[in-house]
Design a protein around this ligand. Structure first.
Ligand code: TYD
Length: 205
């Protein structure tokens, strides 16, 4: 049986990495083979494109940024995601196309319709079975993300950029209500895990 495709989304600092690791373990404990991956990245070429995209020393047009995200995504679908789903594995992906709508569409102002065309072109109708959107106010996200780690090209943006990114995500959630589940990321980790169990339980059956 073909596997399930689950993506995790949210602004930087929303906690998706923590929840992704927990969710992958939760599925494995249920005997499900899991493929954990991320965007931009997930393939040899994709990780090189990720470096280009995140390097604060690079500047590029917003549409170039969107095209590079989709270029990495096309490779990722071809090399990793589709083969894993065909093998019956569940793919748990840290960010996917909703991030392009939120960051390049909402954040940078790239035309929504153009992004929809690229989505159609790159994915040929494939969509995640479930997308978990960890929703958080940018001010809280920024406090949480602040650590010893060096800041990448997106993390150097200001709160108003992240407010537009958040609005972009929420617009995607309104446009795709059956696929996108919005989770209040200001809750405790335990509360969120309970919610994740309830939401993903339906997929496990
Ligand atoms: P992220 O996934 O948050 O990784 P880390 O937790 O290691 O920082 O970083 C990826 C960045 O790329 C993030 O700031 C969002 C951005 N991004 C886009 O702008 N568009 C996209 O389509 C994707 C997939 C990511």
């Amino acid at each position: 049986m073909r596997g399930k495709f689950i993506t995790l989304e949210g602004i930087d600092g929303a906690g998706k990495s923590t929840h992704l690791a927990w969710l992958a373990d939760f599925f494995r404990q249920r005997g499900i083979a899991v493929c954990v991956t991320r965007e931009p990245g997930g393939t040899g070429l994709g990780e090189k494109l990720r470096k280009v995209l995140l390097d604060p020393g690079n500047s590029m047009h917003a549409e170039t940024e969107a095209l590079l995200m989709f270029a990495a995504r096309r490779e990722h679908l071809e090399e990793v995601i589709e083969p894993a789903l065909d093998r019956g594995e569940w793919v748990v992906c840290d960010r996917f196309t909703d991030a392009t709508f939120a960051y390049q569409g909402g954040g940078r102002g790239v035309d929504w319709q153009r992004l929809s065309q690229l989505e159609q072109w790159a994915q040929r109708g494939l969509q995640p079975d479930l997308t978990l959107l960890f929703d958080l106010a940018p001010e809280i996200g920024r406090q949480r993300a602040r650590g010893a780690r060096s800041i990448d090209r997106f993390e150097q943006e200001q709160d108003d950029f992240y407010r537009r990114v958040r609005d972009g995500y929420l617009r995607r959630a309104r446009e795709n209500p059956s696929r996108l589940r919005v989770i209040d990321a200001s809750q405790s980790v335990e509360q969120i895990q309970q919610q994740l169990k309830a939401i993903t339980g339906a997929l496990c059956r």
